[in-house]
Design a protein. Structure first.
Length: 119
């Protein structure tokens, strides 16, 4: 049990560090809160909540992994290194793919409901 408590402590320290130091992590939190508020206002269905929740979590996971890749690359070599650059670019690309998917999904879920509210 001590091992698990230690693991959780380290995980929370990492997330706290990400929140304090990574602007994209904070942006993701703000957009997640906005999505939750929009879901409440638009009264989205249970299944839609599951999809929104999955994209929120997936975004946090990918952003955290991307940050870990960046930190590890910087620890290995501060100078320009094409292999480290590619790893960082791929991590950023993964987040970009999730962001595009989340945006398209949000449009599909929220736009019809917003149009009904506005009409």
């Amino acid at each position: 049990m001590k091992y698990h408590a230690k693991s959780i402590k380290h995980a929370l320290e990492g997330l706290h560090w990400a929140f304090k130091t990574q602007p994209n992590f904070r942006v993701h939190i703000i957009l997640s809160i906005f999505s939750i508020i929009a879901g409440i206002i638009c009264m989205i269905a249970y299944e839609e909540w599951l999809i929104v929740g999955m994209f929120i979590m997936m975004g946090f996971v990918i952003e955290t992994i991307n940050t870990a890749i960046e930190q590890l690359g910087d620890a290995i070599d501060k100078d320009y290194n094409i292999i480290i650059k590619r790893a960082k670019d791929l991590g950023a690309g993964a987040m970009f793919i999730v962001a595009i998917g989340a945006s398209i999904t949000a449009a599909i879920i929220f736009l019809p409901k917003i149009l009904v509210i506005l009409s």
